[in-house]
Design a protein around this ligand. Structure first.
Ligand code: PHE
Length: 413
């Protein structure tokens, strides 16, 4: 059923017995919802940016964290699995969990796929934001494409211990690595406990403060750290918050496996934390969005609720009707003075009542030749409780045109 080659982002990929992507999934590549102005994921991305830009590097005279949000989701199995020490037989590699383009290429299942490349490129603190793809259940909170934000911060001995002098007193023999350190539940082989504890404290403070900023109303409720395991961190935790008696997992995180740093070209001079959080989950809590499919809708009844310039603006989403929208434009010539849009809105409301969901002035210009203004309005009709017929809407639309002529003396184009 697959052609021999798939052309994606102007590159050809040969297909094989691993290929299991489909049109629906491939059509999401490049949509980058998190970069679409006024999308809820765009606002959340801006808030993450704002939070992490507050940390300043006095030596480099620049923000500590670099933010990378435009890497292609097409990655190699080396990037998605091997580079971060996911064992060769791990279940997370299976065809039934991932969208493969071919045996060696897939749509990234997590933003952790870029950890090693970004560290290799010289970064020691960064966020990596992007779309990720997983074959998963279908329900109101799961969708095969969603968005993640990866966070990584590395520390040298100097950064870790000098920055924490007050905590540790004046000892100057502190080290990240020790010759006889064993791996146990609290740390990896090679790591000293004091280094691990400082990195853990930095990670947990960064994350709890982040969620206090993102969810100020929920921060008073309970939150907890749950021990877990990931192949690329040890020790590892999940961060959960409680809302209305239910616990929600917001992210996974931990102390980076030293082998991941070695894969990135670093020697025994750094230790770091990493986390990966799902944007949709957080946006759903933040804005009260009930269904994950809504992030993909073009329905202006949804999108228009997120039109604001200040991304820290806090709103609660109001559910839209389940009945379809019907869109009709109205263009008119007027004289030297143009119609005040609010007058037009009042007229439309007066005639269409609650069947009017939205009215937008989509075009306006002045024709100097005949000294007339032109305006085009888009009227979006939708009932809260039934599907409107074309005929019914045409009658209302004609009625609006008629009253415009009467009230404003315009000519319908
Ligand atoms: N990549 C993990 C996931 O998608 C999350 C994670 C990132 C966990 C970084 C630990 C460290 O589930």
């Amino acid at each position: 059923i697959y052609p021999q080659e798939l052309n994606l982002n102007n590159k050809n990929y040969s297909t094989d017995s691993w290929t299991n992507v489909n049109e629906n999934i491939l059509s999401r590549i490049g949509l980058n919802l998190h970069q679409q102005k006024n999308h809820p994921l765009y606002h959340l991305t801006n808030r993450l940016r704002k939070y992490f830009y507050q940390f300043y590097d006095q030596k480099k005279l620049s923000p500590k964290f670099s933010i990378i949000d435009n890497l292609s989701p097409i990655v190699t199995t080396e990037q998605n699995f091997d580079s971060i020490c996911i064992p060769i037989n791990h279940v997370s590699r299976t065809k039934s969990m991932n969208y493969y383009i071919n045996q060696n290429t897939l749509l990234r299942a997590h933003t952790s796929a870029h950890q090693v490349d970004l560290i290799r490129s010289g970064l020691n603190a960064f966020l990596c934001i992007g779309d990720v793809y997983r074959r998963d259940d279908i329900d109101p909170t799961h969708y095969p494409v969603f968005h993640q934000c990866e966070g990584v911060q590395l520390f040298t001995k100097e950064e870790l211990f000098i920055g924490n002098k007050n905590v540790l007193g004046d000892k100057d023999n502190l080290e990240i690595f020790g010759p006889n350190e064993q791996r146990d539940a609290t740390k990896q082989e090679g790591h000293t406990l004091e280094a691990v504890k400082l990195v853990e404290a930095s990670l947990k403070k960064t994350i709890t403060d982040l969620f206090k900023t993102l969810l100020p109303n929920t921060s008073i409720l309970n939150s907890r750290w749950v021990d877990t395991t990931f192949p690329f961190t040890h020790p590892s935790w999940e961060y959960e918050i409680e809302i209305d008696g239910k616990w929600y997992e917001l992210l996974g995180c931990g102390i980076m496996e030293h082998r991941v740093l070695e894969n990135s070209g670093l020697n025994k001079d750094h230790i770091g934390w990493a986390f990966g959080l799902g944007l949709e989950r957080i946006a759903m809590i933040m804005y009260g969005i009930p269904d994950i499919r809504l992030f993909w809708t073009n329905d202006s009844g949804f999108l228009s609720q997120f039109v604001f310039d200040d991304s820290t603006h806090s709103i609660q989403y109001k559910p839209i009707s389940i009945y379809p929208q019907c869109i009709n434009d109205l263009s008119m010539w007027m004289g030297k003075t143009k119609i005040d849009p609010s007058d037009f809105y009042d007229l439309v409301r007066a005639i269409g009542g609650d069947l009017i969901e939205q009215v937008i002035l989509i075009d306006e210009f002045y024709n100097p030749k005949n000294q007339r203004y032109s305006q085009t309005y888009r009227i979006i009709y939708r009932s809260m409780d039934r599907t409107l017929t074309k005929n019914e809407i045409n009658m209302i639309h004609k009625d609006i045109e008629y009253h415009c002529k009467q009230q404003f003396g315009v000519e319908i184009r």
